[in-house]
Design a protein around this ligand. Structure first.
Ligand SMILES: NC(=O)c1ccc[n+]([C@@H]2O[C@H](COP(=O)([O-])OP(=O)(O)OC[C@H]3O[C@@H](n4cnc5c(N)ncnc54)[C@H](OP(=O)(O)O)[C@@H]3O)[C@@H](O)[C@H]2O)c1
Length: 288
C-alpha cells in the first residue's frame, strides 16, 4: 500500500514496485487522507497490506512555519496513527524522512546515529513523526533522504529544483545560494534502493542519497552545463535568498548502513542528474 503515490517519489516508486511484481495498491489523496485517522484505520484493516509505504508529507518550509498545526497533523500525528495501525496489523511500515532533521552545524556527513537538531517547523515535525514510527511499529524502515528531484516533480512544491533552474534559465540570469551543501537525489535511484531494502526486509533507519555532495549553486552549475543553456549564474549567500526560514548549511547524509550492510552506495549526484536530463530530453522529443 503506497500512500502519496502521485508525488515525485511516489510515481517512480510505484513503477519500481510494479517492475518487481509487487501487488500494489495506491489510493489517491482524495480517496485516502492520512489525516483522517478513522478512515485510514478502516481502509488498512480491510485491505491488510503486508507493507505500508508512507510518502505523504506537508513539506513546503514556509507553509510549515506559517501553519505548524497542519505540519504536525500531516508529518507527525498522521504518522503516529499509521505506525499504530501498522503495529496492530504486523505490517512493515516504510516511512520517508528528511536531511532537514539535522542542524547543519558540523562539517562531516551525518550518520544514522548522529544527533538530530532540526532548525524549522518542517524538520521538527518530521523528526517527531520518525519517533512515532520507531516507537509504535515493531517492523519499520525509516529512510532519510535529501534534495529530491524526479520526472513527476514534487506535487507539494510544484516542481523540482532542476525544472525550476531550467525555467528561470530562460531569462538568462539566475541567483543561487552557495552556503547550503547537500546530496541531491534522483527519485528513480532512491526508489530502486527502497525496493531493494523492502525485498531484503531491512528494518531501522537508513540514510539513502546519491553519492557525493554539492551546494545548490554547484548543482545549478551542473544542470546548466549539461543542458547547454547559456546562463549567468550568480552566487549568493542564504541571507540574500529572500527566504526567512532557517535551513541547515550542511545536510549531507553519510549512507553508512547501505555501505556496511552490503547494499553499496548509489551513483554520484552528477551521474544521476545527467541521466535525469537525458531522459527529460527524450521525453520532450517523444511528445513532439
Ligand atoms: N522533496 C524533497 O526534496 C524531499 C527531501 C527529503 C525528504 N523528502 C520526503 O520525501 C517524501 C516524498 O516527497 P515528494 O517530494 O515525493 O513529495 P510530493 O511530490 O509533494 O508528494 C507528496 C504526496 O503525498 C500526497 N499527500 C499530501 N498530503 C496528503 C495527505 N494528507 N493524505 C494523503 N496524501 C497526501 C500528495 O498528494 P496530492 O498531491 O494529491 O496532495 C502526493 O501524492 C516526503 O516524506 C518528504 O518529506 C522530500
Amino acid at each position: 500500500m503506497v500512500i502519496g503515490a502521485s508525488g515525485q517519489l511516489g510515481s517512480d516508486l510505484c513503477e519500481e514496485l510494479d517492475a518487481a511484481s509487487f501487488d500494489r495498491r495506491s489510493p489517491s489523496h482524495a480517496e485516502l487522507d492520512i489525516c483522517e485517522h478513522a478512515e485510514v484505520a478502516a481502509h488498512l484493516r480491510s485491505s491488510r497490506p503486508a507493507v505500508i509505504i508512507n510518502l505523504a508529507a506537508f513539506h513546503q518550509l514556509d507553509r510549515c512555519e506559517a501553519d505548524p498545526v497542519r505540519a504536525f497533523e500531516v508529518n507527525c500525528h498522521a504518522v503516529r496513527n499509521l505506525a499504530e495501525i501498522a503495529g496492530d496489523l504486523q505490517a512493515h511500515l516504510v516511512h520517508v524522512s528528511t536531511d532537514y532533521v539535522f542542524g547543519g552545524d558540523q562539517e562531516e556527513p551525518y550518520e544514522e546515529r548522529s544527533a538530530p537538531n532540526p532548525l524549522q517547523v518542517y524538520g521538527v515535525s518530521k523528526l517527531a513523526g520518525e519517533y512515532f514510527v520507531r516507537n509504535r511499529s515493531q517492523r519499520h524502515l525509516l529512510v532519510r533522504t535529501s534534495g529530491l528531484y524526479g520526472t513527476r516533480g514534487s506535487s507539494g512544491k510544484g516542481g523540482n529544483f532542476v525544472e525550476t533552474m531550467l525555467r528561470l534559465g530562460q531569462y538568462g540570469r539566475v541567483s543561487v545560494v552557495t552556503d547550503q551543501v547537500l546530496s541531491p537525489t534522483n527519485t528513480r535511484d532512491l526508489s530502486s534502493m527502497i525496493v531493494r531494502l523492502i525485498r531484503t526486509r531491512a528494518t531501522g533507519l537508513f540514510h539513502v542519497t546519491n553519492s557525493g555532495s554539492c551546494s545548490w549553486f554547484e548543482f545549478a552549475k551542473r544542470i546548466f552545463a549539461l543542458s547547454g543553456q547559456d546562463v549567468e549564474l550568480v552566487p549568493i549567500p542564504t541571507s540574500e535568498s529572500g527566504s526567512a526560514v532557517a535551513r541547515p548549511a550542511f545536510s549531507v547524509l553519510e549512507n553508512r548502513r547501505l555501505k556496511s550492510e552490503g547494499f553499496g552506495l548509489m551513483r554520484s549526484w552528477e551521474d544521476a542528474v545527467g541521466d535525469y536530463l537525458r531522459q527529460r530530453t527524450r521525453a520532450v522529443a517523444a511528445v513532439r
